[in-house]
Design a protein around this ligand. Structure first.
Ligand code: ZN
Length: 283
């Protein structure tokens, strides 16, 4: 069933586990992530960045995820990841997305508030949760390498004021993770997670988690993270499976066959992540 992220994340926060939010790029990703959620009885968030949305349109992604959600008993939410402006967030809500992020983390603090507050206000009126971001997650969401060591952490007191002034219902925080591919081992600043969690009542979100050791993620969840985003490693998994099939079967011209191997790789990695997040059996 298609639900909002509200109950999902509040339950995760209350019971100290994390809900996985997985970026889906096409139909095969949607089916493969759904399979993992069903096999582990996990609530799941499927999300798309504006870059992915531009490749097909919000309506296509809504159609695919709504079909997936209609087939299953596990709660499925469809989230706009890194919403790049008021208009895109409104379009997503109008199309049927059940959760949006408005990302004002790339502009100065006051401008971030001015960007986030109107979206949160509409979301509140429509019953759609709105995630915001304060502090920077390194790297670039849609592509490119992550730069290590240049992530300023989110200031806990600023976070409290930010949430009060914007009305966002969940918050992505900068605690040392980065988007894209890591060069070197990332390090989550756990004391920052703890301090922010002790001051805020709303669920906290971790971005750029592909490549972060599972122990660090589990620790961050214990310390107060409720939603964990994975994008890069699903792309890598799909491509790995797809190409392995084509290497073994170079004559193949039926795209369903290599796609099946790609999907199996996604399902495998998503199940591992769900187990680590502690979301297994929570559906
Ligand atoms: Zn992100």
């Amino acid at each position: 069933m298609l639900v909002t992220t509200k109950e999902m994340l509040l339950d995760a926060k209350k019971n100290h586990y994390g809900v996985g939010a997985f970026n889906v790029e096409n139909l095969e990703f949607v089916m493969a992530v759904l399979a993992a959620a069903e096999e582990t009885k996990s609530p799941v968030i499927m999300q798309t960045t504006p870059g992915t949305v531009k490749s097909a349109g919000l309506d296509y992604f809504y159609g695919m995820v709504a079909a997936a959600a209609a087939r299953t008993e596990v709660p499925v939410a469809l989230h706009l990841d890194h919403g790049d402006g008021f208009e895109r967030c409104m379009q997503a809500m109008h199309t049927g997305y059940t959760s949006v992020m408005i990302d004002g983390s790339h502009v100065p603090y006051e401008e971030n508030i001015a960007t986030t507050a109107p979206v949160a206000r509409v979301g509140a009126a429509m019953g759609i949760p709105v995630e915001a971001e304060l502090g920077k997650v390194g790297g670039k969401e849609d592509d490119g390498p992550a730069v290590e060591g240049e992530n300023p952490y989110t200031d806990p007191d600023e976070a409290v004021e930010f949430v009060e002034r914007t009305g966002c219902t969940s918050l992505a925080i900068g605690v040392g993770t980065a988007h894209g591919v890591y060069h070197g081992t990332p390090h989550i600043q756990q004391d920052v997670v703890c301090e922010i969690a002790s001051k805020l009542d709303i669920p906290l979100v971790l971005h750029g988690t592909s490549g972060v050791p599972d122990e660090q993620v589990a620790e961050a969840i214990k310390n107060g993270i409720s939603k964990v985003n994975y994008a890069t490693e699903l792309r890598q998994a799909y491509t790995k499976g797809f190409m392995a099939y084509m290497a073994e079967n170079p004559e193949c011209f039926d795209p369903k066959k290599p796609a099946k191997w790609g999907m199996a790789e996604i399902t495998k990695i998503v199940k591992i992540r769900m187990e680590n997040l502690g979301s297994v059996g929570r559906a």
